[in-house]
Ligand binder design. Structure first.
Ligand code: ZN
Ligand code: ZN
Ligand code: ZN
Length: 389
C-alpha cells in the first residue's frame, strides 16, 4: 500500500499553524515527546524510550528535535528534518539531555508557558520542571487538538483505505471457520488478515463470543466458539499511522438453523442497528457532540435497554485510536467538517450477550461520509468455513 508521505508543504503548514496557535494562546513553546503530536508535525515515529526525545516548537523560529545520538540518524531522515523544517540536536550518553532542552528553550524567551505532550512520561516532565523552576506548564493539546481534530484530504484518504481494509477482514472472518476454535485463535487470524489487507500493524482484535460479548473490551481468550453463539467482532489496525475501527455482529449456527438467533437477541440487535443509523443521520457540521450521543441513547432507552448502553457513543480517530472529539453526554462541542469519529452504540447484558455496531464516519461540509461499507446486518453464518460448506 504505497502512500506518499505528507510532504514539506503539508508539514510546514502544520508547524506554522501550531506556532500561530502558541502565539494566540500566549505560550512560549510546545515540548513534545514520541507520540501522535510529534508524528503529526514532523512525520517522525520516534521510539518512546527512557532516553528522552523531545521536539521543541517555539512560538517563533525553527523547531529543534533533541534526540539521543543513536536515534539521531533516524530523526534526521524524518520528513520534517529532511526538508529542513526542523533542526536536530543530538545528545551523547554522558550528556544531560534536560540541559539541552533548557538551552534550546532559552531561545524561546526566558519565561512563558510550556505546553507539554500529554503522553510525556512523568520522569521526563519532573526533570524538566526541576531544571526550569520559573516556567509554568500546560498541555500541548491546547494547540494541537484543534489542528488534529480537523482531518485534511490525505488523512481522510488514509482513514478510508484503512476502513475498507477492515471491512474486508470482517467479511473474511464471517466466511471462515469459527466453530470449535478459541476466540484467541480467531483473534490471531484477524491480526494477520488486517496486515494482509494493507494495515501496517493490527491494533486490536476483539472476538467476544457468547456471554463474553457483554464486556465491551473483552480480551479474546480460551472460550471455544459454539453453534448458537453471537460474536462481537471489533477490529482495527493502523495504515500509514491512521486507524481503522469497526464492529460487526456475527451469529454462528454451525449449519443448523435451529441454532439461529433468539427473538430477544434480534429485538436488541434491531435497537442497536437503529441507534447506529439514527445517530449517523444526525451528523452534520454544527451538531453538538453530546446531542448525537443522545440520539442513539434515546432509541436504546425507549426500547427498554437504557441501562445496558454502558459507554459513550463514539470517539475521534486519526493518528490515535481514541482522540478528540468524543461523542459523550455533556460534551457541548460542535462538530466541524473534517472531524473523524466512531459511532458505536451497544447493549450489554452480563452473563448473556453483548451487541455493538460501529462505523467510522467523517463530518463533511454538507453532512457526512461513512467510511465503512461492510453491511450492518446481523451476519448469520455457519462458522464451518466456506470449504466445509
Ligand atoms: Zn472500544
Ligand atoms: Zn471498535
Ligand atoms: Zn471504537
Amino acid at each position: 500500500m504505497g502512500w506518499p508521505p505528507f510532504d514539506a508543504a503539508d508539514l510546514g503548514d502544520r508547524l506554522g499553524r501550531a506556532q500561530a496557535g502558541l502565539r494566540s494562546n500566549g505560550a512560549a513553546a510546545l515540548v513534545l515527546g514520541p507520540g501522535a503530536d510529534l508524528r503529526y508535525l514532523t512525520g517522525y515515529s520516534a521510539h518512546a524510550l527512557e532516553r528522552p526525545t523531545i521536539l521543541i516548537v517555539p512560538a517563533t523560529g525553527t523547531p529543534t528535535l533533541i534526540a539521543p545520538r543513536l536515534e539521531a540518524m533516524a530523526a534526521a531522515a524524518s520528513p520534517a528534518a529532511a526538508s529542513e523544517l526542523i533542526d536536530i540536536a543530538a545528545w551523547d550518553e554522558t550528556d544531560d539531555p534536560y540541559r539541552l532542552v533548557e538551552l534550546y528553550l532559552s531561545g524561546a524567551g526566558p519565561a512563558g508557558r510550556l505546553l507539554v505532550d500529554p503522553g510525556l512520561p512523568a520522569r521526563h516532565l519532573l526533570a524538566l520542571q526541576r531544571i526550569l523552576p520559573g516556567r509554568s506548564f500546560g498541555l500541548a493539546t491546547e494547540v494541537t487538538r484543534p489542528l488534529r481534530a480537523i482531518k485534511d484530504v490525505g488523512e481522510i484518504a488514509r482513514l478510508r483505505t484503512a476502513a475498507h481494509a477492515a471491512d474486508r477482514v470482517v467479511a473474511q472472518i464471517a466466511d471462515g471457520a469459527l466453530v470449535g476454535r478459541t476466540e484467541a485463535d480467531v483473534s490471531r487470524e484477524v491480526g494477520d488478515r488486517l496486515v494482509a489487507a494493507g494495515h501496517q500493524a493490527p491494533a486490536f482484535a476483539i472476538v467476544a463470543s457468547g456471554p463474553n460479548g457483554a464486556s465491551p473490551h473483552h480480551a479474546a481468550g480460551d472460550r471455544v466458539i459454539q453453534p448458537g453463539d453471537p460474536i462481537v467482532l471489533d477490529i482495527g489496525g493502523t495504515l500509514d499511522g491512521y486507524g481503522s475501527d469497526i464492529t460487526r455482529m456475527l451469529w454462528v449456527t454451525g449449519g443448523d438453523p435451529s441454532n439461529g438467533p433468539t427473538t430477544e437477541f434480534l429485538a436488541a440487535f434491531d435497537l442497536v442497528r437503529r441507534a447506529n443509523a439514527d445517530a449517523t443521520a444526525a451528523v452534520r457540521p454544527g451538531a453538538v457532540c453530546g446531542a448525537i450521543d443522545e440520539v442513539a441513547r434515546r432509541v436504546i432507552r425507549e426500547g427498554g435497554f437504557g441501562d445496558a448502553f454502558i459507554h459513550r457513543l463514539g470517539h475521534g480517530i486519526g493518528l490515535e485510536a481514541h482522540e478528540d472529539p468524543y461523542l459523550v453526554a455533556g460534551n457541548d462541542e460542535r462538530l466541524e467538517a473534517g472531524n473523524a469519529f466512531s459511532i458505536e452504540p451497544g447493549i450489554y447484558l452480563p452473563g448473556r450477550f453483548g451487541i455493538r455496531i460501529e462505523d467510522i464516519v467523517v463530518c463533511t461540509d454538507d453532512g457526512l461520509d461513512v467510511l465503512n461499507e461492510a453491511p450492518r446486518d446481523l451476519l448469520i453464518v455457519t462458522g464451518r468455513g466456506v470449504a466445509a460448506g
